[in-house]
Design a protein around this ligand. Structure first.
Ligand SMILES: [Zn+2]
Length: 261
């Protein structure tokens, strides 16, 4: 199957699938055992397209922010509706610039549907391929493709990753599930920009660990992407609130080590 076909896949809409999704969400696999004392915002990109690595990183660099790129290695070097996808040079350049590389499965697998053994071997293939592509840093972060997971799977990832991001809308505070952290999506719908902006502004008064995620960053973006102007507006707003704009691992370490009561 091509990367385009894989990423155009839509998760099941059946009642059973919806029930499993809800059961997974309600079951906290690994609670965040500390309250963020200041707001930390992670700008993140899924899959990930070259426009995120180029334009997205440039916009983050303008304010000294560091982001995270969740790499689906089966998409590397290909092109789909998100545009051209990342390659080895992007991994190297982003890492050298202080951004973080996260995992995102080898085949962009719907982890809620596949047996656990298939999910785990797909994740391990993703990690092996990142090493084969020259990325030899320890990969501490993962994002569920489509945000999909299952209750029995989440604890299995706690031995592989320090934190795992989902796509349910929200910001994270004490007791948040480190195996399915909530996030603010930036997509083609302009209201997504307003929602993210409002959540970032609100967190100025009540500290939170915030993930923003998108895909391609370009003027002719996909419905899962955003424009450079919208992305820049949000990054600058985040900076102006006084939040720390850093990688997920840096945020987690700060919350667990420095901010723990
Ligand atoms: Zn994805």
């Amino acid at each position: 199957m091509t990367a385009a076909a894989l990423s155009a896949y839509q998760p099941s809409d059946s009642l059973l699938a919806k029930f499993r999704r809800r059961a997974a969400r309600w079951h906290t696999a690994r609670p965040l055992d500390a309250a963020p004392k200041r707001t930390r915002i992670c700008f993140t990109f899924d899959d990930f397209p070259k426009s995120a690595a180029d334009t997205g990183a440039e916009i983050l660099d303008e304010v000294g922010a560091k982001g995270c790129y969740y790499a689906c290695t089966g998409m590397a070097g290909t092109e789909n509706h998100l545009g051209k996808l990342f390659d080895e040079r992007d991994l190297k350049a982003l890492t050298a610039a202080g951004h973080e590389i996260g995992a995102h499965t080898q085949t962009h697998l719907d982890c809620s549907q596949a047996p656990a053994s298939i999910v785990l071997s797909d994740i391990d293939a993703n990690l092996r391929n990142l090493v084969a592509m020259g990325h030899d840093a320890i990969v501490r972060q993962f994002a569920w493709p489509y945000g999909e997971t299952r209750r029995d799977l989440k604890p299995r990832l706690a031995t592989r990753f320090d934190a795992v991001r989902g796509i349910h809308a929200g910001v994270n505070r004490e007791r948040a599930d480190l195996m399915q952290l909530t996030a603010l999506e930036l997509d083609a719908n302009e209201s997504s920009v307003e929602r993210a902006a409002a959540a970032i502004e609100n967190a100025a008064g009540e500290p939170a660990w915030i993930f923003v995620f998108t895909h391609d960053v370009r003027d002719n973006h996909s419905k899962w992407g955003t424009t450079p102007a919208h992305f820049r507006r949000l990054v600058r707003l985040a900076r102006d609130t006084g939040a720390v704009l850093e990688t997920p691992s840096a945020a987690l370490d700060a919350i667990m080590v420095k901010e723990r009561a």
